[in-house]
Design a protein around this ligand. Structure first.
Ligand code: GAL
Length: 371
């Protein structure tokens, strides 16, 4: 363990003893101000530049930290887990005090995070939980289960499933099988939709109906690839919908929705006419353009600026020797511990919301989406 961590540990322990002895010490007494002040270098590890949101995430967090005088190293691993591990190893060797990691595969980082722990490095899991290791100190994300619930509830409302008999043809998709978030997205949506499937109001003609939430990966698309979703949708349309139409597609995010949209176009579906309800997530520019063109129904917007600001705040707390604020200490059990987490709230964006929620907030410009 590094000298810094030992000092921080001793100081924190001392602070705790002092706190207990004093009992009424002001809550804001920095327990380890001197040692906490040693937090100067932050390694940021993002999965890929291929998906728009991660570019925003990495650049926003780096800017927040750079402006505050931290030394930062921002790396993108282009969805290759060996590359991400190597980049994290380099950040450890370069003396990072904190690592912020959006894992490509949250199940393969245990060895490298043991190295980080041995150096006394604090690890913050960013947006995606890291599993199978006690060496994750905090998790910052949006409420992933709520993302799915919002998608499911949107479908229920748009089809008026509480009053209509149906049946409506549903095709469900899930995210990448190696992404811990994907099971939460699917579970949130499926917990809303399954009762309507059981009632026969929703029917999965292709048979791609997970038997339970745990079976979510059976409809997963590796790497969140648009092309993978497009191919899968093409197969389902060709095999099961030659004389019928899809009424609704559950897509967990925008990159999949974009591929599904391409498959619908090539199979003769017409926006505003027989186009199915199509969900998404992330407010990617391409998907917002599709929403404006009636080729996607909604997206669940996660303002990544807020996530970057939250992680920055966590790091500033650590630097001050304080415990970072969390608001969930129950949900995210990573197999070794329940990781203290801070969950931000996502929100639905439909066509009529684009100007007020995305453009007026500065998240996108009118030019980004052809307005
Ligand atoms: C998830 C993330 C989503 C989604 C996907 C693709 O883990 O929470 O925002 O876009 O990855 O990167």
């Amino acid at each position: 363990m590094s000298v810094t961590k030992k000092l921080l540990g001793l100081t924190l322990a001392g602070g705790l003893i002092m706190g207990l002895a004093a009992c009424d010490a002001p809550a804001d007494t920095p327990a380890g101000e001197a040692a906490g002040g040693d937090i100067e270098s932050v390694g940021i590890s993002m999965p890929t530049r291929e998906l728009e949101r991660w570019i925003n995430d990495g650049e926003q967090l780096k800017a927040n930290l750079d402006d505050a005088g931290y030394t930062t190293d921002l790396q993108y691993a282009e969805n290759d887990t060996d590359t991400q591990i190597s980049q994290i190893q380099n950040q450890i060797a370069s003396g990072a005090d904190v690592l912020v990691i959006a894992a490509i595969d949250g199940s393969v980082l245990s060895p490298v995070l043991q190295d980080a722990a041995d150096e006394g490095i604090t690890v913050i899991a960013y947006d995606r939980l890291i599993n199978g290791t006690p060496n994750v100190d905090y998790y910052a994300t949006f409420d992933n289960y709520l993302v799915g619930q919002l998608q499911g509830q949107y479908i229920v409302e748009q089809l008026d499933l509480d009053n209509q008999e149906g049946p409506f043809n549903l095709e469900p998709f899930a995210g990448s099988p190696d992404d811990n978030n994907a099971k939460f997205f699917f579970s949130g949506a499926w917990d809303v939709l399954k009762p309507y499937i059981d009632e026969g109001k929703l029917v999965v003609k292709s048979g791609n109906e997970p038997t339970s939430n745990d079976d979510w990966a059976s409809v997963g698309i590796q790497g969140w690839e648009s092309a993978g979703a497009q191919d899968e949708m093409e197969n389902r349309l060709a095999s099961f919908y030659t004389d019928d139409k899809v009424d609704v597609v559950l897509s967990p995010n925008d990159s999949l929705a974009q591929g599904i949209s391409e498959a619908l176009v090539s199979n003769g579906y017409t926006p505003g006419s027989d186009w199915p309800i199509l969900t998404g997530q992330d407010a990617d520019k391409a998907s917002v353009i599709n929403i404006l063109a009636d080729k996607q129904s909604m997206t669940v917007w996660k303002d990544t600026r807020k996530l970057g600001e939250q992680v920055f705040t966590m790091i500033e707390s650590l630097k001050a020797g304080d415990e970072p604020e969390v608001n969930d200490e129950e949900t995210y059990d990573n197999g070794e511990k329940v990781v203290p987490s801070y969950l931000l709230q996502p929100e639905v964006v439909v066509k009529d919301d684009v100007q007020t929620k995305l453009i007026d907030s500065g998240f996108l410009t009118a030019g980004d989406v052809g307005l």
